[in-house]
Design a protein around this ligand. Structure first.
Ligand SMILES: [Zn+2]
Ligand SMILES: [Zn+2]
Length: 698
C-alpha cells in the first residue's frame, strides 16, 4: 500500500507520517480495522506483539491504553499510561490518556489537570486523543453535576470538532432540557472585556486568548497574578472566577463571584453573579428534614385492606412500575396515599381549602421467602409528622405491628416550603387543577418562602434580610434565582408583589434597540419589549433561548415570531409555533396560536390541516368535546381528500386509544396531565444532572 508520507500519521498524533510512525503504518492500520470490526481483544494482542518488536513506542502505548480502556482493564491502562508518560512526557496524547483514564475511574475533577497539560502541549494539529479527552472530561463533569465546567468543556469540544460531530452539542441541549437548571445556568457566561488603557490590559488580553483556546489552567495563573496586582479591578475578579469554574473549582468560582457582587459594579451584573454563586457555592447548605420510610409488619391483611378502602383519607394509587424497575426483590402489590383530609366526592368545585394534600405514600408488599407481608409508608418528618403518623397508626391499629424506621432521603426546608402534593377527585376539571396550582404557587412564593430561613442569607429569612441593607444584593439574588427557576415564569405577578413586599426594586425595562442580541443574558429578556426587536435580533435571541431550553424566553419570543410575516419562511417557524402552543396556560390561548399558524399557511398558499390536527389532538387530550366536533367537521369538509389526512386522523385516534363513533365526540382518553406541583428551587434540581446517563465519547 502506498501512503503519502506527508499525510497525517494514522496514530492520531497530528504529526506528518514521515516524522512519526512511517515504520508502523501497516500495524496501526490493522489495529484500527480490528477496532472498527469490534475486535478489541484481537487488536490489543496485536499491539502487544508489535510492542515487543518496538518497545516503548509512544503511538503503540497510546493505542494499548485506549484498548485497555475500551476493555475496562483500568489497572493495566493505568500502568500503560504511566509508561507512556515516562517515555514521552511532552506528548499531549499521553496526558490526554491520563485524563481519559481519570474519567474512566469516575473522577472528572481530577481529569481536568492532565487535560490542561495536554492542551498546553498541542502545537500544530490537535491529536485525536486530546479532542477525545475534552469530550470525556466534559461528559464526566456533567455526570458529577459540575455544570459550569462541563459546559465549558463541551463547548470547547464542539468548537474544535466542528459541525460534523454534534455529540457535545446534543449533550448540551439535553443538559438544558433534562435538568431543572435555573435560567442563568443554561446561558453562556462571557468574560468581561479587558479594560482599555489600563496597565493590566495587555496581560488581561493574553489571558483571555489562552482561555479562548481552553487553556484555562495557564489563564487562571495570569488572572490570579493580575488580581493580586490590581485588586481594585472588578472585571479581573470576575474573569478569574470564570476560568477557575471552567477548571471545575467551584469553591474559587463561587468565592470570586460573591466578591465581584460586593464590588462597585452595575446592579444587574452584581445580582446575576451573586445569584449564580448562591446556587453553586458548595459551602452553602440549607437545613434539611428527613424523609422517612416506616416499615410495618402486616398482622391481618384482609382487615388492613378493608380499612384502607373504607377510609376516605386513604386513596388507592396504582403502583408506578417504572419507579420500581431497578428493584430486584418482588415489587409492591398495591399502593395507597395518606391524605390530610377526606377525599371529596367530586372535584368540580374544589378549592385550595378542600383539596386533600398528600402526607405520605404507602406500598403493600406480599410475603417473600425470607420476609413476611409488610406495609411501607414514606413520609416527611415535618411539623405535621407526629400528628400524621399518630392518626395513621390509630386507623390501622391491630392490623399492622410496630414500625421499623429508616431515613431514605432529605429535603431542604426551602424546598419543603415551595412544594405541595395534592390528590384530586377524578372528575376535577383540568382548568380547576391549573387554577389551584397557580393559586398555591402564589401562596408559596408570597407567604411561605419569605418566612423560610435560607443559607444564602446567612440563615435569615427573606423578610428578616429585607431590613438589613448589607443583605440587599444577596436578597435580590435569591429572589432572582427563584424567579429564574424551571417553570416559575408562570408567576410573573407573584414576583412583582414579592419584590414590593421585600422593598426591593423592580427590574427596569431594557431598550430593545440598544442590546447586543448575542450577549444579552437571557435572564434579562423579560424586561424588554420583544415587539421592538429587529427581525435579526429576534431570531438570534430565539435561537439562543431554544438552545437553552428556556421556556419563559421561548414563549416571549415565539409569541412575537408567529405574528411577523417576515418569519413565514424561517426554518424554525413550525417548531416555534408548536412550542408556543404547548407553553400556553389554557386551550383558548393555544387555539389562538394555531389560528395564527393557519393564517400563515394561507399567506403561503398551503393547506393548514397540520394545525387543525394539532388543535384536534389538544382538544382531545383536554377533553373538550365541542371543539373536537367542530374541528372534525372542518377537517372532513375542507381537508379529508388531501393526501395523508385520513391516515393522520386515524393514527391520532389510534395513539390516543380512541375509536370514534359516527356521531359522538370521543371522550377524553386518559387522565389529565398532572400539573407541576411546586416552585422550582436550586435544591430540587441538584443531583438530577448527575443521575442522567447520557453519552460518553468513544
Ligand atoms: Zn504516529
Ligand atoms: Zn383547516
Amino acid at each position: 500500500m502506498s501512503v503519502d508520507p506527508y499525510s497525517l500519521c494514522p496514530c492520531g498524533s497530528g504529526k506528518k507520517l514521515k516524522f512519526c510512525c512511517s515504520d508502523l503504518v501497516a500495524d496501526i492500520e490493522k489495529i484500527h480495522r480490528m477496532v472498527e470490526g469490534d475486535q478489541p481483544r484481537a487488536a490489543l494482542q496485536h499491539v502487544e506483539q508489535t510492542l515487543k518488536k518496538r518497545p516503548g513506542r509512544p503511538s503503540l502505548l497510546d493505542l494499548k491504553a485506549m484498548l485497555e480502556l475500551i476493555l475496562h482493564k483500568l489497572e493495566d491502562a493505568e500502568q500503560t499510561v504511566a509508561e507512556l508518560l515516562e517515555k514521552d512526557p511532552k506528548n499531549p496524547a499521553a496526558h490526554a490518556q491520563q485524563a481519559i483514564l481519570k474519567c474512566a475511574q469516575g473522577d472528572g475533577r481530577a481529569a481536568v489537570e492532565p487535560l490542561q497539560h495536554a492542551l498546553t502541549m498541542v502545537s500544530e494539529n490537535m491529536p485525536r486523543r486530546v479532542l477525545e479527552a475534552i469530550g470525556a472530561v466534559g461528559h464526566t463533569l456533567l455526570m458529577e453535576g459540575n455544570v459550569i465546567a462541563a459546559r465549558a468543556h463541551l463547548w470547547l469540544y464542539q468548537g474544535i470538532a466542528g459541525k460534523g460531530d454534534t455529540r457535545a452539542l446534543e449533550l448540551l441541549v439535553r443538559l438544558n432540557q433534562v435538568t431543572g437548571l435555573p435560567l442563568m445556568l443554561r446561558d453562556h457566561l462571557y468574560m468581561h472585556e479587558a479594560p482599555a488603557g489600563h496597565p493590566a490590559e495587555q496581560q488581561h488580553s493574553y489571558a483571555q486568548a489562552l482561555a479562548a483556546h481552553g487553556q484555562w489552567g495557564p489563564a487562571s495563573a495570569v488572572f490570579d497574578k493580575l488580581c493580586h496586582e490590581y485588586p481594585d479591578l472588578a472585571s479581573l475578579e470576575y474573569n478569574r472566577a470564570l476560568v477557575h469554574g471552567w477548571l471545575g473549582d467551584l469553591e474559587t468560582f463561587a468565592a470570586g463571584l460573591h466578591e465581584f457582587a460586593r464590588r462597585d459594579v452595575p446592579l444587574d451584573d452584581a445580582v446575576e453573579a451573586e445569584s449564580i454563586a448562591q446556587v453553586l457555592d458548595p459551602g452553602i447548605e440549607d437545613p434539611t428534614l428527613d424523609i422517612l420510610r416506616l416499615i410495618y409488619p402486616v398482622l391481618d391483611e384482609e382487615e388492613m385492606f378493608a380499612r384502607l378502602s373504607l377510609d376516605q383519607r386513604f386513596a388507592s394509587q396504582p403502583v408506578d412500575t417504572e419507579e420500581f424497575a431497578d428493584m430486584e426483590a418482588p415489587k409492591p402489590r398495591a399502593g395507597f396515599l395518606l391524605l390530610d383530609r377526606p377525599l371529596p366526592e367530586s372535584g368540580v368545585d374544589i378549592t385550595r381549602d378542600t383539596a386533600p394534600r398528600i402526607l405520605g405514600v404507602m406500598y403493600y408488599f406480599g410475603r417473600q421467602t425470607n420476609r413476611s407481608e409488610r406495609l411501607e409508608l414514606v413520609i416527611d418528618r415535618n411539623e405535621q409528622y407526629d400528628e400524621s403518623r399518630g392518626s395513621f397508626e390509630q386507623k390501622l391499629q391491630g392490623v399492622v405491628g410496630i414500625a421499623e424506621e429508616e431515613v431514605v432521603d432529605q429535603v431542604s426546608s426551602a424546598d419543603q416550603a415551595l412544594r405541595w402534593r395534592w390528590h384530586f377527585p377524578r372528575d376535577t376539571p383540568i382548568e380547576r387543577r391549573r387554577a389551584l396550582s397557580r393559586e398555591e404557587g402564589r401562596v408559596a412564593i408570597l407567604q411561605r418562602w419569605p418566612d423560610t430561613p435560607l443559607a444564602v442569607l446567612g440563615g435569615k429569612t427573606p423578610r428578616q434580610a429585607a431590613s438589613d441593607p448589607a443583605m440587599r444584593i444577596a436578597l435580590m439574588a435569591a429572589v432572582a434565582t427563584l424567579e429564574q427557576g424551571a417553570s416559575n415564569h408562570r408567576f410573573p405577578d407573584a414576583f412583582r408583589s414579592l419584590r414590593d413586599s421585600l422593598v426591593l426594586p423592580q427590574p427596569e425595562p431594557i431598550d430593545a434597540a440598544s442590546i447586543d442580541p448575542t450577549r444579552l443574558p437571557l435572564t434579562r429578556l423579560s424586561r424588554l419589549d420583544a415587539s421592538r426587536l429587529s427581525d435579526e435580533d429576534l431570531k438570534e435571541l430565539y435561537q439562543r433561548a431554544a438552545m437553552a431550553g428556556a421556556s419563559g424566553p421561548i414563549k416571549q419570543l415565539a409569541e412575537e415570531i408567529v405574528k411577523r410575516p417576515a418569519f413565514d419562511d424561517f426554518h424554525g417557524i413550525e417548531q416555534a409555533t408548536q412550542r408556543l402552543a404547548m407553553l400556553q396556560e389554557d386551550t383558548a390561548s393555544a387555539s389562538r396560536v394555531y389560528e395564527l399558524a393557519r393564517e400563515r399557511c394561507e399567506r403561503r398558499g398551503e393547506s393548514n390541516v397540520e394545525w387543525d390536527l394539532c388543535e384536534l389532538e389538544l382538544s382531545l387530550i383536554e377533553g373538550q368535546p365541542e371543539s373536537v366536533q367542530q374541528l372534525l367537521r372542518h377537517i372532513e369538509q375542507e381537508h379529508i381528500h388531501e393526501q395523508g389526512v385520513s391516515e393522520q386522523l386515524y393514527s391520532l385516534f389510534y395513539q390516543l386509544g380512541i375509536v370514534p363513533g359516527a356521531d359522538e365526540a370521543p371522550e377524553a382518553p386518559s387522565p389529565p396531565p398532572t400539573e407541576p406541583s411546586g416552585i422550582w428551587t436550586p435544591e430540587s434540581a441538584q443531583g438530577e444532572s448527575g443521575k442522567q446517563k447520557l453519552w460518553l465519547p468513544s
